[in-house]
Structure formats: structure tokens, C-alpha cells
Design a protein around this ligand. Sequence first.
Ligand SMILES: N[C@@H](CCC(=O)N[C@@H](CS)C(=O)NCC(=O)O)C(=O)O
Length: 247
Amino acid sequence: MSTNFRLITIPVSHYVEKVRWALDYLQIPFQELPQMPPFHRGAVKKYGGTTVPVLIGNSIVKTDSTDILRYLDTLAPGKLYPTDPDVQELSTELETLFNLTLGVSTRRWGYSHVLTRELLYPRWTLGVPFWQKLLFPLIFPKIEPIIRENFKITATSAAKSYQEIIGVFDRVNQVLADGRKYLLGDRFSAIDITFAALAVPILQPSEQYTPSTPLDLLSAQMQADIHNCRSTLAGEFGLRLYRENRR
Ligand SMILES: N[C@@H](CCC(=O)N[C@@H](CS)C(=O)NCC(=O)O)C(=O)O
């Protein structure tokens, strides 16, 4: 393939991880352009985006992670999204549930617990340009209240988001209950990638892209939530996908 892809990212973002995994799975080379918030805004704005990831190719720009996966599927047809008509309904239901509920809830739950200078610094600065890293101490006090406001982080939001995560995990448990290997049957797909990547904050797989914080440095509630989710069928499944299918 002659296209040189570039991917604008906030490296810790789980929507970024979803796309990174799909690119790696399809063995499509790309250059990652890591940004620390809020500098991602300027980087994506010139391509018409507001969030990361943004994929830029020779003649394409994609500003949403699911649009990116759909586009990548056209380069290797059928490898990410199965064409079997029998699985289309489940595929759409789960993809929407993961994108709109799981991804949003794991992010709000995660930020509710790690919005401190010490815990955020390694998450936000991995691989970013040196000058952005240097600005972290100045940026953090300004951006912390904005994150609280934007992600609606309140005293009760972590518990509410955790219940939403459990709701999604229950649905995944149901789907997996017949012993199938992957969410759509016996073949690995974009739906598995979407689930496992968007569950990263609550499963903390050891193979995740950003080095994880030792669990004992996290709050007792956060540790308990992680342990509970890991021990479900859905949680074991997400961890297995990371062990066996992340490359
Ligand atoms: N629907 C979008 C959501 C992506 C998204 O929410 N990205 C977050 C990072 S996890 C982001 O860019 N946040 C920064 C911002 O909103 O300015 C997608 O799937 O690409």
C-alpha cells in the first residue's frame, strides 16, 4: 500500500486505541502524531475535526474512530466487518452500545478517579512533543475544572458511570453465554476491537498501549471496580482479546 497514513492522537485515548489496534491488525503502517490536551485541538482543527483520533491519508481525512474503521475495511474488505447478513443486527447494536455508552462511561469513570496532577501526568504526556510536556504543570490547573465540567464529573458520577459499564458488560455476558469465541461468532472483528479498546480504562490489561499505573496507587474504590469487572465473563473476554489478538 503506497498511502502514508498519519494519525493525530492523545495517546491515552481509548478511541485512539481502537483505531491503532485496527491499523495494527490490518498491518497498515502509520505515523502517530501524539498531542497533549488541549494542543490536540489546534492539530485536528485544520482537518475539520474536534476530537482525536483523526486519520490523514494521501486523499482522505477521517475525524471519527468508527468512520476510520469503516474506511479501513474498504482497504481489506471483510477483515474488520463481517459481511454475513445474519450478524448485521447484532454488529450494529453492539458497536453503537460500545461507542456511545461504554466509551463515554469508562472515560467518565476513569477521570472521576484519576484527575490529579500525579496520576494524569504520565497518562497525558506519553510520547508528546517535549515542549507540551514542559507545559503540563501550567496547563493542569486551568484544564482540570474544564474536564470536570465537560465530562460532568461530580461526586456521584463515578458510581453512575460504573453502573452503566456494568449494564454494557451484562449485555456482553449475555452474548457470550452460548460459548462463542468472539462477539459475532467464530471470527475476530471490529466489534471485538471496539469492546476491548473502550473497556481499557476499567480492565487495565497489561498489554495496553500506555503503561498502567500500579493498581495499589489507585483509590480503593477504583481497584474494587476494576477487580469486579475483570472477573465477569465480559471482563475475562476483554483481557483475553488483549492477550491473544492485540498485535
Ligand atoms: N466519536 C468520537 C469520539 C472521540 C473522543 O471522544 N475523543 C476524545 C478522547 S477519548 C477527545 O478527543 N477528547 C478531547 C476533546 O473533546 O477536546 C470518535 O469515536 O472518534
